[in-house]
Design a protein around this ligand. Structure first.
Ligand code: DLL
Length: 433
């Protein structure tokens, strides 16, 4: 039987979840109004006071926060406690603009680690497991979050961090790692390397907890096959705490959001109207238990769908779909809106593995877009003579999906740089922002 880490919370009736949320929302709004002048100003501008917030139904009265508010308030402007009360800073892996910094009290760290522990337990983790954490440690939340969660469960925790693939594989074999935590692209790379070296029989992995970047069902199946494991998705963002905001259960049909800590809404990214369950839109989070960085109605820019259909695992917390893109990752090429997820769909439909890169350029004031696609080793050896006809087939499929000419270049297996962190999918050389 599956081990439920906090069954009385994760499987609580909906009415109970709502009661917790109502009480905690009121408390958080009062806390923020009193202690975060930046948000108090936004509330005053919108003509709302803490007295107007009596339940989750009143959430829509509150102003949104966006990444640009985080930039304006950088670094300490959204902190909800005195600096002497906070014990930790984490930061995003963002490479453009100012990084996002988030703060935690010890209480916040405890809650965050609980969320990660639930994710590990949902993947079958118990105190008998060896949890191999290959997310980066340091400012990135991946390493610290899963590490803390693994401790809470009492698993033997291997703080590998990212990098040094030889050492990762050696420890995995020697120490009998049973649960792997890393980005899906690194899991795929580890899988390929383990297979190439003929070491598959020497690893004892049974599950993987992969997130921090988009990955398809196809990629899940590949990783599950090469590593001989069940692969679980995990979602989170630095602003809201880190990994563990939502996690997948054995049903693998979406990620349960830890609703006793976060209230999720879906909005239309343009009109900001709140959308009902089942509709696709931008995910917005309100933290209801945090002290140091209690963001209210934070717009994640992740596009997804929420569902409250009963789950076969017994958990009652609302489920989010895999993010289906971002409300801000849209590329405009030759005036046409292009979502990387559309390109990925074409590639998957045509049987290509998930490693690809989109390169956008501007030559003589005209946009160009090229998709570099890795072939599988089988395709590579079978079809050396047929590359141009395969490329032509993809060009036509892209044209019918996007309505524009996309140059396609098939490249040798493993020739696109593998990242130990997040995969670099888009290279936009136009420097438009
Ligand atoms: O990526 C936290 C994390 C660490 C999540 C380890 C899961 C595992 P940030 O660097 O702040 O935090 O990036 C957050 O990454 O808004 C999504 O766009 C994306 N993202 C996170 N998890 C997933 C996922 C961490 N499972 C941003 N699938 C989010 C797709 C994801 N995208």
């Amino acid at each position: 039987m599956e081990h439920y880490y906090q069954k009385e919370i994760e499987c609580a009736p909906y009415e109970q979840i709502r009661a917790w949320q109502n009480e905690r929302l009121i408390k958080t709004v009062n806390h923020v109004y009193k202690n975060v002048p930046y948000y108090r100003e936004l509330m005053i501008k919108k003509g709302v006071t803490p007295d107007d917030i009596k339940s989750v139904d009143d959430l829509k009265k509150l102003p949104f926060l966006t990444k640009s508010d985080l930039r304006d308030a950088y670094p300490y402007g959204l902190m909800g406690v005195d600096r002497s009360e906070a014990v930790r800073i984490q930061s995003t892996s963002g490479t453009t603009g100012k990084r996002v910094v988030a703060f935690y009290t010890q209480h916040d760290i405890d809650l965050w680690e609980d969320c990660c522990a639930r994710a590990i337990a949902a993947a079958g983790g118990t105190k008998d497991d060896v949890v191999h954490v290959s997310y980066g440690y340091g400012l990135f939340t991946g390493g610290a979050g899963l590490h803390g969660g693994s401790h809470k469960i009492g698993s033997l925790t291997l703080p590998m961090s990212s990098g040094n693939t030889d050492r990762q594989i050696q420890f995995m074999c020697d120490l009998g790692s049973t649960i792997l935590c890393c980005t899906p692209s690194y899991a795929a790379y580890l899988g390929e390397t383990i297979t190439e070296r003929g070491l598959k029989d020497r690893i004892k992995l049974k599950a993987g907890i992969f997130g921090a970047e988009a990955w398809s069902q196809e990629m899940r199946r590949d990783i599950e096959k090469t590593l001989g494991i069940k692969a679980y998705d995990i979602y989170g963002l630095t602003e809201i705490s880190g990994p563990g905001v939502a996690y997948e259960c054995s049903a693998q049909t979406g990620m349960h959001i830890n609703e006793d800590h976060f209230i999720a809404e879906i909005i239309d990214p343009v009109t900001e109207e709140v959308l009902p369950y089942g509709e696709k839109g931008e995910l917005v989070f309100t933290c209801i238990t945090k002290e140091a960085f209690p963001l209210i109605r934070y717009r994640t820019r992740d596009i997804c769908v929420l569902t409250r259909e009963p789950c076969s695992c017994g958990r009652t917390h609302v489920k989010m779909s895999k993010p289906m893109g971002r409300s801000d990752d849209m590329l405009i090429v030759k005036g046409v809106n292009v979502f990387p997820s559309q390109i990925e769909t074409v590639l998957i439909n045509k049987g290509y593995p998930a490693n690809y890169q989109i390169v956008v350029d501007r030559v003589n004031n005209s946009d160009t877009i090229e998709v570099r696609v890795e072939m599988t080793p089988e395709m590579f050896s079978d079809t050396l003579g047929q590359i141009s006809s395969r490329e032509q087939e993809l060009i036509e499929a892209m044209k019918s999906m996007l309505g524009i000419f996309v140059k396609v270049k098939l490249v040798a297996p493993k020739s696109i740089a593998r990242s130990e962190g997040k995969a670099v999918r888009i290279i936009d050389n136009r420097k438009l922002y």
